[in-house]
Design a protein around this ligand. Structure first.
Ligand code: GLN
Length: 502
């Protein structure tokens, strides 16, 4: 098997080769570390890599694999497969900064539960990926360190905030990755980078060790090359965790068994509110998504027109609730407990300087906005009102799911935009998430899968499910994937010359 093929393997293909003894985890890991060396200077997906740890974990994985093979036993599909983690997820002994200067030097003394479960299954950690600071953004341009480049066009953003994870995967710099989705941050970069990203039902995956942005919205989700991988990673990290009081007690199904390439008999809702061209939706994206919906109809699904009338309030509602929760969560970064600390004569000056230098502009903007929305005089007018509208948004979905099994929508109204194009206009940046904000407000699972191209850049189809409806959205995604070529396409990274990169 050539090097090029190894770095583009899916998780399940890698597992099959390991199981048959055709490769070792060390070979696979070494190949991908070399790939990172070769291309990450241009993509800039990783904040830091952990090559020594990765090779040690790969050595241990190879021991476990040969032991299992000798005994003729099956082993976890994750065993020995190299992966990447967004830098908002705590990894014991490995610096975790949330893309922020304020957490520079913070080395967590514990693992996030999601990562602990994958590590126990034998996952190999390649490194921590870039993100907008504290996951606040849609392009990675808000990272306190640098911007990640989209492998499909290095002059463009990879989406965000899990842009490092999605770009690393698209560039062949890992086999799968973890991201976090508060208001779209797994699905949005997956869409812009042409890969699969799933946001689980709120509470399906433990938030323990996921650095808090907006606690009633945050979820960890897999970013993978195909739907099968997505099912495997989700199944390995989902489930109740006594460390997270919001984690659901429901048993975890075998998601891979849900992957039947059949949509006949399924009713899939399409909300016109999500397909209105104008209001920022590019016509090429609209056409591509409509074609994907038509393809699912050809495959036998019944397409049901539905209405989600409160959709247009999702953006203001999200930005009130998310900023309010963020203002409370980020109060802990004072230079005393974690990371960066500005030494000053008195404690107030130290707080002021630490936060002033440690936080970037977008984080400060949100702390101010959230504090304002929660303040005594404005609480009723903003925060409380937003919570009421949140209930209305959820009721829209409840009604829709009485008539359909799942809903179809675009993931992003636009393809990857140019680096610098939106970063100075926060509202323009917020609008990039217009279709991915309502599902977190309603606690729903949702997946983005590649569904074609517009202007030679990837477009994502979003499939939204009812609470704990991961199996149904994975099944629809799988059926579509099996009938289309998009998931197997790789970006033309080698064709883009150095001098073209800004
Ligand atoms: N882009 C959205 C925001 O800036 C969503 C971020 C996220 O999901 N972490 O808040």
């Amino acid at each position: 098997m050539s090097t090029k093929e190894l770095e583009r393997l899916t998780l399940h293909e890698g597992h099959d080769l390991l199981r048959r003894g055709e490769i070792t985890s060390q070979e696979l890991t070494q190949t991908i570390l070399e790939r990172i060396q070769a291309v990450d200077g241009r993509v800039q997906a990783y904040l830091r890599t952990t090559p020594e740890l990765a090779l040690e974990q790969a050595r241990q994985a190879d021991r476990r694999i040969s032991e299992n093979r000798r005994r003729g036993q099956h082993f976890s599909p994750l065993l020995g497969i190299p992966m990447a983690i967004k830098d908002v997820i705590c990894t014991r002994g490995v610096e975790t900064t949330c893309g922020s200067k304020i957490l520079q030097g913070f080395v967590p003394p514990y693992d996030a539960t999601a990562w602990a479960r994958l590590r126990q299954a034998g996952a190999v950690l390649l490194g921590k990926t870039n993100s907008d600071e504290f996951a606040m953004g849609s392009s990675t341009e808000n990272s306190g360190y640098f911007t990640t480049h989209n492998p499909w066009d290095l002059g463009r953003v990879p989406g965000g905030s899990s842009g490092g994870s999605a770009a690393a995967l698209a560039a062949g710099e890992c086999t799968y990755a973890l991201g976090s989705d508060t208001g779209g941050s797994v699905r949005h970069p997956a869409s812009l980078c042409g890969v699969v990203g799933l946001r689980p039902t709120y509470g399906r995956v433990s938030r323990y060790g996921l650095v808090a942005f907006a606690s009633s919205l945050d979820q960890i989700g897999p970013i993978t090359r195909d739907v099968t991988d997505c099912a495997l990673v989700l199944g390995s990290m989902a489930g109740h965790d006594p460390q997270d009081a919001t984690s659901l007690p429901d048993p975890v199904p075998d998601y891979r068994r849900a992957l039947i390439p059949e949509v006949r008999g399924l009713r899939l809702g399409v909300a016109e509110e999500y397909l209105e061209v104008g209001g920022g939706m590019e016509s090429g994206v609209g056409t591509t998504v409509r074609q994907a919906i038509a393809r699912l109809e050809e495959l036998g699904a019944e397409i049901v027109p539905i209405s989600l009338p409160h959709t247009r309030y999702a953006l203001p509602t999200y930005y009130l609730i998310a900023t309010a929760e963020a203002s409370a969560n980020l109060a802990r970064y004072d230079g005393v407990k974690y990371g960066f600390s500005y030494p000053a004569e008195d404690i107030w000056e130290s707080y002021r300087r630490t936060r002033g230098l440690g936080f970037g502009a977008e984080v400060k903007r949100r702390i101010v906005l959230g504090t304002y929305a929660l303040s005594a005089g404005y609480y009723d007018a903003y925060y409380l009102k937003a919570q009421k509208v949140r209930t209305l948004i959820k009721q829209d979905f409840d009604q829709a799911f009485q008539r359909c099994h799942a809903l179809l929508a675009p993931t992003s109204p636009v393809v990857a935009f140019r680096i610098g194009e939106r970063v100075n206009n926060p509202l323009q940046m917020y609008l990039a998430d217009i279709y991915v904000l309502a599902q977190p407000l309603a606690g729903l699972p949702s997946i983005s899968i590649p569904c074609g191209f517009s202007e030679e850049l990837p477009v994502g189809l979003q499939i939204i499910g009812p609470p704990l409806g991961e199996e149904i959205i994975l099944r629809v995604a799988y059926a579509y994937e099996q009938a289309t070529p998009w998931h197997s396409m790789a970006p033309p990274l080698e064709a883009q010359r150095e001098e073209e990169v800004p």
